[in-house]
Structure formats: structure tokens, C-alpha cells
Design a protein around this ligand. Structure first.
Ligand SMILES: NC(=O)c1ccc[n+]([C@@H]2O[C@H](COP(=O)([O-])OP(=O)(O)OC[C@H]3O[C@@H](n4cnc5c(N)ncnc54)[C@H](O)[C@@H]3O)[C@@H](O)[C@H]2O)c1
Ligand SMILES: [Zn+2]
Ligand SMILES: [Zn+2]
Length: 389
């Protein structure tokens, strides 16, 4: 089959690779009908994710048609149309039973390696590092889905691929970011990053009752898309974020601040982000937490900092004094997608949101390597890429 494979920094290729096979009775194989490129793939593309290997197949936002099912899988049958969550979860362990699917303790075969870095291991993920299972991803013609009797959700007739594909990741992720904020009427929520995840966080914050959303980025078309959802926008290259948020919140700060940027913020935005960049380049640090610092400092007393932008290792110069003395709550996770799926599918079916609003580019798998670059460089008005193998 054809698949998008990683060969080092900025080097994606569309190659022929062996077809996936059923390896366990609970597996299924799907023929991919649509997949997407995520901001998390960009961290791999940019070479900041450890434990990647040449030839790894990327992709964790995938849907398609079931073409083969393992002998023990009673949930799926050939011909079912499914969306596959990016988190791989057994459905039975201590964490899965509590709904913390991205903490599954049985789906990461590399868990000893992950525990060495992080203390304990999270769940395995599709198309990510060999710290997280090294599972082949879904930017391919076919995908092997482990524990396929737990994760994949069947798509009702009448909904197009583009309407449901993002249930695999960015819609639940943006929704979770807003859910973490425990939104009350009158609340003002500030969102850093108007990429695809930020866009879903903004719309979810409104769905959950926020009075106002402040959206921060610098890319004009992303700010425009945020504004079209009703957000007040701030360009971090033109305005002082702190002053603007002070102005908008009567000097109090936002009720909750969402970090939808993560470890690779624009390095030219401020002195601290430039210093972070030098530290990472000289191996004096692993992460660049400029946005996290801003989220903390701009949050009102006893507010919430909700983190969905990904960090990999250790962050420096975090204003912990600000957080403890002012009673902030921190919430963060790789999204336990399965936990949010059914209710978000309901919202799509009821017509409350059409997630395809975020798509700007549609292409074939062969065009994938070029579109990784376009998406990373935020060129050509690119907000979200969908590939149709
Ligand atoms: N927690 C999860 O489960 C989960 C799931 C999906 C994605 N993610 C993470 O979410 C983050 C965003 O993903 P995406 O697909 O939207 O990526 P993206 O790269 O398209 O978007 C990031 C946006 O942040 C903006 N930005 C850069 N520096 C900024 C700054 N200083 N202030 C404000 N905005 C700034 C960029 O211009 C860009 O629009 C990534 O870190 C990704 O890994 C996490
Ligand atoms: Zn993702
Ligand atoms: Zn589990």
C-alpha cells in the first residue's frame, strides 16, 4: 500500500510499504477514506519528538471502511464506516474503566521507556513516537486498528467523511480544552493559538456558555476564522497581550486561559520565547513554554489554565509563584477521545456544529509531503489539510 513515512526533519515521503495484517483477535483493518495532518504531526515533522524511526508511518486522524476483522471482535463487521480515535485504549484496565482512555495502561508496549522519562506511561498512540508504541499511523491506504472493539465509532448514514473525521482528535481536543475551564455564564475565555485545535476550543467555549472568547494568534486567516465564530481577536505581533486582556477584563484577567499552541510557539514573539529557542537548540532544555507562561500570567485569581498544546519533557522558568499564590487550577491531557466521542457525534447530528468549517486543503496521499510543508509554514491560507487516499 501507499503511506506517508517520516525520514527525519522536514522529510516526509509517500512510499510503498507492506499492507497491515490482523495481529490480534480484537484488531480490525480499515481502508482509509480520509485522514488529516495534525499540529502534533508538525512536532514530528520539525524533529522535536524523540524516539522516531526512519520509515515510521504518521497519521492519527483517520476514518474509513472496515475490510477485515479479528476473530474475537464482535463489535465491528466488514463494511462498517468508522472514525478511529488517536488514542489506543483497551477498554478494560483501571484507567479505561474510569474514562481516562488516554491513560490506558495496556496499549503502550513501550511503557517502560515512557515511564523512565515521565514516571509512568500514558496510552499508545497511532503514528507517534516509539515512546508511545510506535504504532503505524493512518496517513495510508490501510490502517491496522488494535482494540478495535473499543475505539472506533460507527458513523450514521447521512454524515459525510468531512463532517465526522475530526471526531478522531481535534474536535474532542478543542472541546476538552473548553470543558476543563468549567465555564460559567459571564465568563471570558482566552485561547492562545487559532490553529485547528484553537478553532475547536473557541467554538466549544461558546457552546459551553462562555460570554466572550479572546483568540490570540498572528496568522490573518486564522484570526479571521476565529472572529467569524464570534471571538475578539488579538495579534500577538501587533498588540501587547497582557495589556489587551487587562483592558478587556477590567484589570482582572481571563476566567480561564487555554494553551492550544504547545511547545513550538513563534520564537520571534518575545524575549523569553527567543531565549527558550536558544536553550532547546543547545540542549539546555526540551520545551519552549512561552504560551504557558502567558496563560498563567493572564489568568484571573482562582481561574483555570487549560493545556492541550503538547509539551514533551521539561519546562523552564514557569511562573509557579503566580499560580500558587493566586490559586490557579491546571488541567491538561492528551485527549481521552473515546470519552467525548458519543456526545460530540450527537452534536454534529443535531447540526450544532459542522466540523468541516476548518478544512482549507483537500489532496491525495501523494501530495501529502508538500502539504506538510504548506501546513507547517501556514502558507496559502492553510488551516487544515484532509488527504483522501
Ligand atoms: N492534547 C491533545 O490531545 C492534542 C490533540 C491534538 C493536538 N494537540 C496539540 O495542540 C497544539 C495545536 O495544534 P494545531 O493542530 O492547532 O496546530 P497548529 O500548529 O496548526 O496551530 C498552532 C497555532 O499557534 C499559533 N501560535 C504560535 N505562537 C503563538 C503565540 N506565541 N501565541 C499565540 N498563538 C501562537 C500559530 O500561529 C498557529 O496558528 C499542538 O501542540 C498539538 O500538538 C494536542
Ligand atoms: Zn493530533
Ligand atoms: Zn486500558
Amino acid at each position: 500500500m501507499k503511506a506517508l513515512t517520516w525520514h527525519g526533519k522536514s522529510d516526509m515521503r509517500c512510499e510503498s510499504v507492506p499492507d497491515p495484517r490482523i495481529e490480534d483477535g480484537r484488531d480490525a483493518i480499515i481502508k482509509v477514506t480520509a485522514c488529516a495532518i495534525c499540529g502534533s504531526d508538525l512536532h514530528i515533522y520539525n524533529g522535536v519528538i524523540p524516539e522516531m524511526e526512519h520509515g515510521d508511518i504518521l497519521g492519527h486522524e483517520t476514518m474509513g471502511e472496515v475490510v477485515e476483522v479479528g476473530s474475537e471482535n464482535t463489535k465491528l463487521k466488514v463494511g462498517d464506516r468508522v472514525v478511529v480515535p488517536f488514542t489506543i485504549s483497551c477498554g478494560e484496565c483501571f484507567f479505561c474503566r474510569k474514562g481516562f482512555y488516554s491513560g490506558c495502561e495496556r496499549s503502550n508496549p513501550d511503557k517502560a521507556k515512557a515511564a523512565k522519562l515521565w514516571g509512568h506511561s500514558p496510552a499508545g498512540l497511532f503514528g507517534y513516537s516509539h515512546l508511545l508504541g510506535g504504532y503505524a499511523g493512518g496517513q495510508a491506504e490501510y490502517l491496522r486498528v488494535p482494540f478495535a472493539d473499543v475505539g472506533p465509532i460507527k458513523v450514521p448514514n447521512g454524515l459525510s467523511d468531512e463532517q465526522v473525521l475530526f471526531l478522531s482528535d481535534i474536535f474532542p481536543t478543542g472541546y476538552m480544552a473548553a470543558d476543563f475551564c468549567n465555564i460559567q455564564l459571564e465568563d471570558t475565555i482566552a485561547v492562545w493559538g487559532c490553529g485547528p485545535v484553537g478553532q475547536f476550543a473557541i467554538r466549544s467555549a461558546f457552546m459551553l456558555g462562555a460570554a466572550r472568547v479572546i483568540a490570540i494568534d498572528t496568522v490573518p486567516e486564522r484570526l479571521a476564522l476565529a472572529a467569524s465564530a464570534g471571538a475578539i481577536t488579538i495579534d500577538f505581533k501587533q498588540d501587547d497581550i497582557y495589556d489587551r486582556i487587562q483592558e478587556l477584563t477590567h484589570g482582572r484577567g481571563a476566567d480561564a486561559c487555554i494553551d492550544a499552541v504547545g511547545t513550538e510557539p513563534d520564537a520571534t514573539a518575545s524575549l523569553d520565547s527567543a531565549i527558550d529557542r536558544v536553550k532547546v537548540a543547545t540542549f539546555l532544555g526540551t520545551d519552549r513554554p512561552h504560551v504557558l507562561r502567558q496563560a498563567i500570567n493572564n489568568c484571573r485569581n482562582f481561574g483555570t489554565v487549560s493545556i492541550v498544546g503538547v509539551y514533551g519533557g521539561f519546562v523552564d522558568s514557569l511562573p509557579m509563584g503566580s499560580a500558587i499564590n493566586r490559586g490557579l487550577t491546571f488541567r491538561m491531557a492528551q485527549t481521552p477521545v473515546q470519552h467525548y466521542l458519543p456526545k460530540l457525534l450527537d452534536r454534529i447530528e443535531r447540526g450544532e456544529i459542522d466540523p468541516s468549517f476548518v478544512i482549507t486543503h483537500r489532496a491525495s496521499l501523494e501530495e501529502g509531503p508538500e502539504l506538510y510543508k504548506t501546513f507547517r509554514d501556514r502558507k496559502d491560507g492553510c488551516v487544515k489539510v484532509v488527504l483522501k487516499p
